[in-house]
Design a protein around this ligand. Structure first.
Ligand code: GLN
Length: 495
């Protein structure tokens, strides 16, 4: 078979089962694609020995007739997942050289299902960012370009390496995590599909924490079917994560019928932002038409507290981050600063944290500590929590009134140039998350599906938001949208 790296998970599964190729062959093809793609800076730790070992084991399993869907499928793993004996640094200097003694639940479930790990993927430091520019490894690069313009573009963030690697066919799929949009925004910027599951669907155990009440891992794949297959392997109850839900995991792939007749799709008027580019408006309108043509009922809805979502998120996420990141003190993990004569433990903490954290992480720790401080707790943190409850209630009411899914743009623009936001106010960068953070605040599942291209040829995505625990139904609607949109464009290879 040729073009093995272009395979989807489903395509690889079927080819492997029929004996048309082997996992070792696909894995070798991916490893050589990765070697040739240094310019994308997507893979930051390479694990070819582990990959080939896992591929040989997978081939033996397949030969023995024991071939779960992910068996033999080469993946990239976001650097936020702890992988036993392999650098897991959350793209931060403070975790320099950190090799966990344990495996995250998600990666161990994927490995049990036979998946192969090619290496670890670039991301924003501690998953804080929307452009992959806060990474200690330097930014990942989007394989897409604007027409003939060779400006390097962001793959989005924080799961920028995952998005770049999948879009450039360096791996068949990748893991991502999403606290405020970090799976969906990079998926939209690179023309791939990314799902953030319902909070509690996937175990957070062994994933380096950013904001624990918002963090959720999910699949980043070439299409909706692959999202269903990969989520199946990632999801499930885990006693090691107290917020993991003790619910059965349905057969998600079997739910992809493409039949959405009679489904009610809500269009929230609050997502029609002032100054939104014309082409995003147009894309959204086309998406509405596609779902209508597929037999769905379109209903205008209101989510009145949407405008408070971004400010509430940027209080809650930094508050939780400042607490989660307190553990990086130079004692237990990764980097420790060189100390001068007479330095004590306080100097060790201070110097280690000053050296180890990047500017965005420091900003979040300061904001978080401030909003949690005695004098401001009620004014900021408690208020943000109340706003969060109202945002969730908006969604609850809409779903109770019979809406099955909500359609919105995934991002307010196409991928922007690396460095273009460097001089901007940080709030400009935070605006990237305007359509995605509500979903994390409410704990809902959301999926970004590539549905069109911008005037200069970049991919654009729409987001579908579903009822809690109904990822199967949500992916089926996404599948109908995918079929209607027929997005097949690929980036031209320049790297
Ligand atoms: N861009 C958002 C932030 O910087 C979301 C990041 C994420 O989802 N991890 O917080």
């Amino acid at each position: 078979m040729s073009d093995l790296t272009k395979l989807t998970i489903a395509g690889a599964r079927d080819a492997l089962r029929k004996g048309e190729t082997t996992s070792v062959e696909i894995t070798e093809a991916c490893l050589s694609a990765i070697e040739g793609a240094g310019a994308l800076n997507a893979f930051v730790h390479h694990t070819p020995e582990i990959a080939l070992e896992q591929a040989r084991t997978a081939d033996a399993r397949i030969a023995g007739g024991d071939a779960p869907a992910m068996c033999g499928v080469p993946l990239g793993i976001k650097d936020l997942f702890c992988t036993k004996g392999v650098n897991s640094q959350a793209a931060s200097a403070i975790l320099g050289g950190f090799k966990p003694e344990y495996e995250s639940t998600v990666t161990s479930q994927l490995f049990d299902a036979g998946a192969v790990m090619l290496g670890k993927l670039n991301m924003d430091e501690f998953a804080m960012g929307s452009s992959n520019e806060t990474s200690t490894y330097g930014n990942a690069v989007n394989p897409w370009r604007r027409g003939n313009d060779d400006t390097a573009l962001t793959p989005g963030g924080s799961s920028g390496g995952s998005a770049s690697a999948v879009a450039a066919d360096l791996c068949l799929a990748a893991t991502g995590t999403d606290t405020g949009g970090s799976i969906r925004q990079p998926a939209a910027f690179t023309g791939i599909t990314g799902l953030k599951p319902t909070y509690g669907r996937v175990s957070r155990w062994g994933i380096i924490a950013f904001a624990s009440s918002l963090d959720q891992a999910g699949p980043m794949t070439k299409d909706v079917r692959d999202c269903a297959i990969m989520l199946q392997a990632m999801a499930g109850h885990d006693p090691k994560d107290s917020t993991s839900a003790d619910l059965a995991v349905p057969d998600f792939e079997a739910m992809l019928t493409g039949d959405i007749k009679g489904k009610v799709i809500g269009i929230p008027k609050e997502y029609r932002m002032e100054g939104m580019p014309e082409e995003i408006e147009a894309l959204w309108a086309e998406g509405i038409e596609m779902l209508k043509a597929a037999g769905a009922e379109i209903r205008d809805i209101s989510l009145p507290h949407t405008k408070y979502a971004l400010p509430a998120y940027y209080v809650i996420a930094p508050a939780e981050a400042s607490s989660n990141l307190a553990r990086y003190d130079g004692v237990r993990f990764g980097h420790r600063a060189k100390l001068a004569q007479g330095d004590g433990i306080v100097e060790m903490y201070e110097k280690t944290r000053a050296e180890g954290f990047g500017a965005e992480v420091k900003r979040r720790v300061m904001v978080g500590t401030y909003v949690l401080s005695a004098g401001y707790y009620d004014a900021y943190y408690n208020r943000a929590r109340k706003v969060r409850a109202l945002i969730k209630r908006d969604f609850d009411e809409v779903f109770a009134a019979g809406v099955d899914a909500i359609l919105t743009p995934a991002t307010p623009s196409a991928a922007f140039g690396l460095g273009e936001m460097a001089e901007a106010d940080p709030v400009q960068m935070y605006l990237n998350d305007v359509f995605t953070v509500t979903v994390n605040l409410a704990g809902l599942p959301g999926i970004a599906v590539p549905t069109g291209t911008s005037a200069n040829g970049l991919p654009l995505g729409l987001q579908l938001i579903g009822r809690p625990w109904e990822e199967g139904d949500l992916m089926n609607t996404a599948y109908a949208l995918e079929q209607a949109a027929g997005f097949v464009a690929k980036p031209g290879k320049w790297w």
